[in-house]
Design a binder for this molecule. Structure first.
Ligand SMILES: [Zn+2]
Length: 425
């Protein structure tokens, strides 16, 4: 479908100027920016007056099917929460529960201006199907736990999953391997995951150094920090999404400063579980690739990347004692370009430029809370709300227009998700 976005405000990458103009989308890519030739035939015109047109956001670490556990078990410690609330319910989840939980999350992502996510969970065929059915990009990481023997067994079926899903949905789906964390995997599991990823040339998605307890336990078991263990096991030899990285020292940051590694900051989850404060500014200053994620809806409790951007900026300033730390433009880049790189999207992913994938959002800037409008990038991080997202395009396809989702029955999806949760009880 050819789409013409008319009279929108956008930042011109070539000179950094804020402009108002038209954007043409065709064949899933951005065809023109600013002046659109008169011979361009638009199948659909999207009026963007009053909107900021910007690259769609990327949620670089999440567990989409956990939406069923939203607001179910809060105000608990991480291990108590996992062992007594989440894991017993997860054991009962079947394909239908996984699918409708994922669909609920897909609607939430679209409504919040997110077109690509990196997910780690089990039953990933259901999550991947939900992404295709809703038109969103997904990096589907199949969760892996245990030792070398259990990893080998699981990786045999993973290879079938990889061949079935890699590039599915006209390239919307990418497949990663998800060795869960140093507290649920041993070094043998990490090594098997790394070897399989190298063999298939796929990415890795892992939780690292989320809590001080995890770091202490990993040092006791292996004589290494979680980051050192991951590096030594070969997890950083392929594109690697390293979620959290809250408790890292300078030596760890040097290891994370590797072009394959993408650290994903999850401020809401880290705050809610009292995990600590990631040293985002320090990592950025040292050259580490950074992205932002929501984590699962049960430790957040939503998939709102606007909240995450807001917290990312505020926490970096408070922690460094420097109000100039992590300005809005940098935070917005983490949530777009940084996320796209973490997911292995093309070089132009997360950017508004000719030839880039047409993953674009229109965000209303004429609400009272964004007025008067000075800098739309500052508005995106400091004053805008997810509900300001007006329209969403992913891979050149219009997924939301004027807050309406033309391809999805939202009421039915909510009903099915509610039913799915009741089945688990
Ligand atoms: Zn997580």
């Amino acid at each position: 479908m050819n789409i013409l976005i008319q009279h929108g405000m956008y930042f011109d990458e070539t000179d950094g100027e804020l402009r108002t103009g038209d954007i043409a989308v065709a064949g899933g890519k951005i065809l023109n920016l600013g002046a659109v030739p008169s011979e361009f035939h638009a199948d659909h015109i999207l009026k963007a007056a009053g909107c900021f047109v910007t690259p769609a956001l990327v949620n670089a670490h999440t567990h989409l099917a956990m939406s069923l556990f939203r607001n179910l078990a809060d105000d608990m410690s991480l291990m108590d929460w996992l062992e007594h609330k989440i894991w017993p319910l997860e054991e009962k989840m079947g394909p239908s529960e996984l699918y409708w939980a994922s669909m609920l999350s897909m609607v939430e992502l679209i409504r919040g201006g997110v077109t690509a996510s990196a997910d780690m969970y089990f039953g990933m065929d259901q999550v991947a199907q939900a992404a295709i059915d809703s038109g969103l990009r997904l990096n589907a990481a199949v969760g892996l736990t245990g030792d070398r023997r259990t990893a080998r067994e699981k990786l045999r079926s993973f290879r079938d999953f990889f061949h079935q899903w890699e590039g599915a949905g006209e390239g919307l789906i990418r497949v990663d391997i998800g060795p869960h964390a140093p507290y649920t995997c041993d070094d043998g599991c990490f090594e098997e995951a790394a070897a399989c990823a190298a063999d298939l040339d796929c990415g890795i998605h892992v939780h690292l150094s989320e809590t001080a307890g995890e770091v202490e336990e990993t040092k006791n078991r292996f004589g290494l920090s979680p980051v050192e263990l991951a590096a030594r096991s070969g997890l950083f030899d392929q594109r690697c999404i390293a979620a959290h990285c809250v408790h890292v020292d300078r030596q760890d940051i040097e290891l994370l400063n590797n072009s394959n590694v993408h650290v994903v900051h999850n401020p809401s989850s880290n705050l809610k579980l009292a995990s600590g404060f990631a040293r985002v500014k320090e990592m950025m200053d040292m050259g580490v690739n950074l992205a932002i994620g929501t984590d699962g809806s049960s430790s957040n409790n939503n998939l709102n990347m606007f909240e995450e951007m807001h917290l990312t900026a505020l926490l970096a300033k408070a922690l460094s004692g420097d109000p100039t730390a992590l300005p809005a433009g940098q935070v917005l880049r983490m949530a777009s370009v940084g996320g796209a790189a973490a997911l292995g999207l093309p070089e132009s992913g997360g950017r508004l430029r000719i030839g880039a994938p047409a993953d674009i959002i229109l965000v209303r800037m004429d609400g009272v809370h964004n007025s008067p409008l000075h800098d739309p990038r500052a508005a995106m991080v400091y004053s805008a709300q997810a509900a300001d997202v007006d329209s969403v395009i992913c891979n050149g396809r219009l997924l939301m227009e004027r807050r309406r989702l033309p391809h999805l029955d939202e009421v039915e999806i909510r009903r099915k998700a509610q039913e799915a949760f009741e089945h688990l009880q």
